[in-house]
Design a binder for this molecule. Sequence first.
Ligand SMILES: O=C(O)CCC(=O)C(=O)O
Ligand SMILES: [Fe+2]
Length: 240
Amino acid sequence: MCFRPEDDVEGYGNDPILSDKQILDWSDRLLLKLVPEDTRKLHLWPTNPTQFREVVSGYSDELKRIVEALMKAMARCVGLEEDCFLKQYGGKEMMMSRFNHYPVCPRPDVVLGVKAHSDGSGVTVLLQDDKVEGLQILKEGRWYGVPIIPHALVVNVGDQMQIMSNGIFKSPMHRAAVSATRERYSLAVFHLPDPEVEIGPAQDLVTKELPQQYRNLKNYSAINFDCFQKGEIALDSVKI
Ligand SMILES: O=C(O)CCC(=O)C(=O)O
Ligand SMILES: [Fe+2]
């Protein structure tokens, strides 16, 4: 019922095939827009388990509150007015959820659950599997496993926060490994600006020492998608 329709990105399916050179991710995923609420495609939302809609709606409301508080704190951290980043989002911020399932894989030495990427969001909140590790972050050329911390959420800075902060907050490269013996689940919620609204480096963070690093732009998700298909890094393509 909730299978991804051919002309849509939302719904349940495997890694979508966008090019014949693409190495596929070892994962099934369910992609659902949560916010704006009036754009939810409820026909793609599972009805089993029966509490799914209620639980996910509640989670979405709480997360929106947390992310907004976080973005305010991040603005204050770099000496900006607290609503400086949120204001750039326009009135219609977006939240997209991705439920990842990584089945047991016979060759975890050559296959990834999610290939190395940085998130195209402003901020991503990850709810990790509480038993099976898999998330890895690239730091100074080495991959580090992210440990499971019970009841904790993992927050990832996304590319659009790197742009708005003029490169001060970094959007890390990360990937998900798979296991030969255990399946794994994760839930990523991407918090993004309204695609119709222009974002760019906060002018107070543009100085003589740190000139503007990125151009102003709209709909970064589309830029990200185009670059992914060409095998290019989206952030590099918008660098000045
Ligand atoms: O499964 C994970 O821990 C990471 C998933 C991820 O990076 C993503 O969905 O963008
Ligand atoms: Fe990610």
